[in-house]
Design a protein around this ligand. Sequence first.
Ligand code: AMP
Length: 349
Amino acid sequence: MIGILGGGQLGRMLSLAASRLGMRTHIFCPDAGSPAFEVTPHRTIAAYDDEAALAGFADAVDVITYEFENVPAATAAFLASRKPLRPGPDALAISQDRLAEKSFLVSKNIPVAPHRAVTSLMDLDAAIDALGLPAVLKTTRLGYDGKGQSVLRDRAEAAGAFAALSPKPLVLEAFVPFDTEISVVVARNAAGEVRAYDAAENVHRHHILHTSTVPAKISPGLEKHAAMLAKVIVVALDYVGVLGVEFFVVPGERPSLMVNEIAPRVHNSGHWTEAVCLTDQFEQHIRAIAGWPLGDPTRLADVVMENLIGEGVLNVPGGLDRDTRPHLYGKTDARPGRKMGHLNRIVRP
Ligand code: AMP
């Protein structure tokens, strides 16, 4: 029995993958309407700080994982003291805080955008002196899909952006003039096996992932380098599970990579693996946390994954063709900006 914290589409897809391997899943989520509750009968509906509910959940499962990185540290520690939590609390703590994440990456010689911690307007002024403009001011914690960040193009915008985001701890990042964004989904199991999927080239719309295209239009050398960096990260974290690594591809005589973000979970930019890989990212994560050998991540075809956002989902099934595999999350309310499903379009040679 696998315990999953979080009941969104990632939890749902993990649960489906576990079922196929003959395992059961127990979803813990405060929101009774969560999509993952539809696919397994084992559930706890409670707040993430409800210790009695967490204890009951831990007793009911063999191993615990999560589908979002903002699991409160106290919740993670409480659960980890009762059952194996995979990935472990360290990976969670690092990926919850942009500054901790960048410090960790820098300590492993992995390039990240030049950045400075900002807790006051004076810090911000000094950070702008050091990094120049444009730059991106971000909250260190709880930002996603472009929330909790603001691009500064002009010093006159600094005070307003600071006021809007503070008093939370902030980080100013130099604006990276990237060519493209790519990501690598990588897996490691407890025995230390490591496997990376091919890199995906990602396009965002309104700060939300729109498409992931595989293969990415980058050189084989750069693709290998991205996989190598992703592997360095999971080994350094003694990581168990699937991890997503987002990179900027920085143009130059020899294009280079910077890590933008890591996510200690299955990743939206890895949904394409479901349609074209021998083992998809969901099965891979379940295998890793269950102590199984990892599966083969080999890709069998080129593919484009497109997210269905808000009412975009209403065009399915009308817009389907023979090369498109739809995946809908069963959410009843197609609010603007909400991830409702995705399409995997196989690209025939
Ligand atoms: P994040 O929430 O950090 O993943 O940022 C969301 C998106 O904003 C990224 O996917 C980029 O497209 C853009 N972005 C974030 N940070 C930077 C940066 N330092 N320079 C340029 N673009 C950025």
